[in-house]
Design a protein. Structure first.
Length: 270
């Protein structure tokens, strides 16, 4: 049997250094992706924990405010309902509605710094007492400033007592210089604020009271132009038993008023 010649082994070409480098980069990217995924998971967990902590803070604020002044607690709930109604009418996003809800709940939080003697005083406040009350928007904005998750509530807290004619506080802003969040609550308060008369009035007496308030400047919160843009059935509705006559009508005008204003001014985000 003759020997079969064995061909020489073929030389394996050396791998291109550039290919080796690409493989190294691919392995590094895979490790980075795994690390990023782990970091993102931890971030989402921390975000959920922060949100839960923020809600706990908000609840603590609300409880403290309710314990301080029962009227303010009930007033806050009414403000929230009305503000959400207006915002939905304007077509605000779900995110914006959450900001409205948060801002409405916290807008009077600065009142926790006011003594019960002043806050619940049945008679007229002295000039000194009134100046003390006027500080609550600034105090409230300062109280929530340490919570980044509450940043969106700040314009509601700080500007809800500004007035269209510049007679509001704390900054005396005028017209469209007032951020829309403040105008949203300020206009609502002009329609539904605390009334001097504790019991419902007859329609004629209620109309006279409304005219007097208009003369004193409430028209700057609810302007005549508010009558345009919302159908009549939305401007006027049935008055709840025990409610002051004209509330439903004023609330409807407020909705249109807010709609007109929000189309002309961007929303403040900080």
């Amino acid at each position: 049997m003759s020997d079969v010649p064995v061909p020489p082994a073929a030389e394996v070409p050396a791998e291109d250094p550039r290919l080796q480098e690409l493989r190294l980069y691919a392995a590094q990217l895979e490790r980075y992706a795994e690390e990023f995924g782990a970091l993102f998971h931890r971030y989402k967990m921390q975000e959920a924990e922060l949100e839960a902590a923020t809600l706990a803070v908000v609840n603590a604020f609300v409880v403290a405010l309710g314990a301080h002044d029962a009227y303010t607690r009930d007033h806050t709930q009414r403000v929230q309902r009305s503000a959400l109604m207006i915002a939905r009418t304007l077509g605000w996003s779900d995110t914006q509605l959450e900001e409205v809800r948060l801002g409405a709940v916290l807008h009077d939080i600065g009142k926790t710094s006011i003594s019960d003697t002043v806050l619940c005083k049945p008679g007229r406040l002295s000039d000194t007492e009134y100046r003390n009350v006027q500080r609550h928007p600034v105090i409230g904005a300062h109280m929530i400033s340490g919570f980044p998750a509450l940043t969106s509530a700040r314009p509601y807290v700080l500007y809800h007592h500004e007035r269209f004619d510049g007679t509001g506080y704390p900054a005396g802003l005028r017209g469209r210089d007032i951020p829309i969040q403040g105008r949203l609550l300020a206009g609502r308060r002009g329609c539904r604020g605390r009334h001097a008369h504790p019991a419902p009035l007859p329609p004629a007496a209620a109309a006279g009271t409304g005219a007097a308030r208009t003369a004193r400047g409430q028209r700057h919160a609810v302007r005549p132009a508010a009558r345009r843009g919302v159908p009549a059935q939305r401007r006027a509705g049935p008055v709840r038993p025990g409610a002051h006559p004209g509330h439903a009508r004023r609330a409807g005008r407020l909705t249109t008023h807010a709609a007109r204003l929000t189309r002309t001014r961007p929303i403040v985000t900080a």
